[in-house]
Structure formats: structure tokens, C-alpha cells
Design a protein around this ligand. Sequence first.
Ligand SMILES: Nc1ncnc2c1ncn2[C@@H]1O[C@H](COP(=O)(O)OP(=O)(O)OP(=O)(O)O)[C@@H](O)[C@H]1O
Ligand SMILES: [Mg+2]
Length: 323
Amino acid sequence: MQPTGIEKQQLDQVSHLVSAIQQEIAKVYIGDPTTVQVLLTALVARGHVLLEGVPGVAKTTLVKAFSTTLSCSFKRIQFTPDLLPSDITGTYILDMRENTFVLREGPIFAQIVLGDEINRAPAKTQSALLEAMQERQVTIDGQTRHLEPPFMVLATQNPIEHDGTYPLPEAQVDRFMIKLELAYPHEQAEMQMLETYNKPLPELHSLLEAEQIVALQDLAEQVHIERELIQYVLGLVTFTRTHRRIFLGASPRAGLNLLYASKAWALLRGRDYVLPDDVKGLAPHVLSHRILLTPEAELEGMTPRQIVTEALDRVPYRGSAGG
Ligand SMILES: Nc1ncnc2c1ncn2[C@@H]1O[C@H](COP(=O)(O)OP(=O)(O)OP(=O)(O)O)[C@@H](O)[C@H]1O
Ligand SMILES: [Mg+2]
């Protein structure tokens, strides 16, 4: 295998950091520790995350805890039906004394942005956020402003609410590197949460500076992925496009995102090379939300996730990196 230029000591530091952040978040969010790893993966792979779950499964709690562990500016945007695009990006206002227009920055100007209950605002407002996500810049009254790295959006939505909500259009869901589905906690975890309900929430410490995040992002790019694994990623994506129960398969962006995310995931586990299991573990989080089933398949109760599982069962990996 080619040398990557990443040193053993750097890899050890990364693994320590990951467990420290996991421990910190575990003080307020009781649940599967891989959830935090997936959030960190998206951060290090320069991606955005859509968190989906029924009310009260701690979507907001998790995002707030995650952002607290990062020394980054943080803003929360509560999406409501009357929210306007300019409430997100900002507006130019007249400064009477100077007689010039100055930008009053909207909440998008933060390094970590929580778009809470994103499907409660109409499409035009959602797209103000989604354009910024893709381009990492915003244009207000013809003037373009860059967003400060590591610009990351974490949006939450509730899957079962239909009245008065605006489902994200397919093209926009594709902008999220990862969709994380938050389930109910296991019985033991929920019991632990109920038992500690009257204790004050512990204060969380920030463990990662913005510059360190950017350095990790650069490091993740150097992680090695062999050609056979890239072919495997392509195989998974193509499988979804040719499946007869699928109306719309995964996009080329989906394949790229799976590749970036796999490298970041490998790095966070203290490795400078990607294993087939990295790709397999992330595929459901990266691919499912970009797949549209045919109406018949939907009526039968099939889910995009089942198709991804089928892809993982059927698509062969022809390399030697332990599959
Ligand atoms: N797994 C969990 N660990 C710790 N606390 C939890 C967990 N699940 C729920 N809670 C608690 O339940 C409450 C609701 O959490 P939160 O507001 O974050 O949920 P939400 O998913 O954002 O809900 P909504 O969809 O209504 O906005 C909080 O007090 C939170 O601490
Ligand atoms: Mg919430």
C-alpha cells in the first residue's frame, strides 16, 4: 500500500479525541455511540447532516451537545411557516450616520448551524439554507459573502408530521451527506435517562478548535482508498440505479459523498486506509435518503434502506483489504 504521510502519532491523537468527544456528549445524550461517530464523520468529510426522528428522541439535544464540544460559533434557526429567506441570510440596512448600507448578518453566518424542524418552512426559505450548504457562500442583494470554515449544517426533521409541513424536495435532500435516523433509545438507556431526570444537566466542555477541524479535514483527504474499493462504491451506486423497484437511484454526488465519508470514518477510527467495512457501515446513512422507490414498491411498504441492504448483500467486493 502507498504511504499516506499520516503519522502513527497523529492517528492515535485522533482516536483519543473521538473517544473524549463521545464521552462528553454521553453526559447528556444517552444512546448509540456510533451516532456521535457519524456526526464527526460528516464534520471531517465536510458534509452536512439531516437528523430524522419522531418528536422527543433528543434530536435538538444531540445537536446542541455536539456543537458545544466544538469551539465554533453556533446558531440555531427555528424553521416556521412564516420564516423568510432573508431571516436566514440577512439583509442590508441603512446606517443613517454613515449614510451607507451595512449587512445585518443572518444566522447562517455561523460555523455550525442548526436548522431545527426544517420541514416547517416553505421551499423558498429552505432553499436559502440549502444553497448556502452547497456553495459555502451566500449572495445577498447581489453581493457574495463566504461562510467561515468549517461551515456545517445540522438540520432536523420529523418524518411523520404531514399537516402544515413542506417535505424537502429530492434535489435538496441530496445536499446532505448523511441522513441519520434517530430511533427510540434501548430500554436500559431510557431507564437511565428517566432515573437521572431531576439532576441538573452537566456542563459540556469544548474539545476541538475550528483550526483543528480544518486540519482533520485535510488529513482525511490523505487517507488511502484502494482502487477496488472505489469500484465497490461505484457498484453500490449503480446497483440502486438499475434496481427495478427504484424510480430514482443514487446520484454521482452520492458516490463521492460515500467515498469522502469512508475516508473520514477510517481516520476517526485511527486508520490511514479505508476498509470495506467502513464503506458498508456508512452506505445506509449516505445512500438511503437519495433513493426514490416506485409507487408500487412504496405501496408494498418497501423502504430505500432495504434496497441498500440488498446492494450490500449482492454487490461483490473484488479487493484484498479484508472484505
Ligand atoms: N436518548 C436520550 N438521551 C437523553 N435525553 C433524552 C433522550 N431522548 C430524549 N431525551 C430527553 O427528552 C427531551 C426531548 O428532547 P429534544 O427536545 O432534544 O427532542 P427532539 O427530538 O428535538 O424533539 P422535537 O421533535 O419535539 O423537537 C429532552 O429533555 C431530552 O433530554
Ligand atoms: Mg427539537
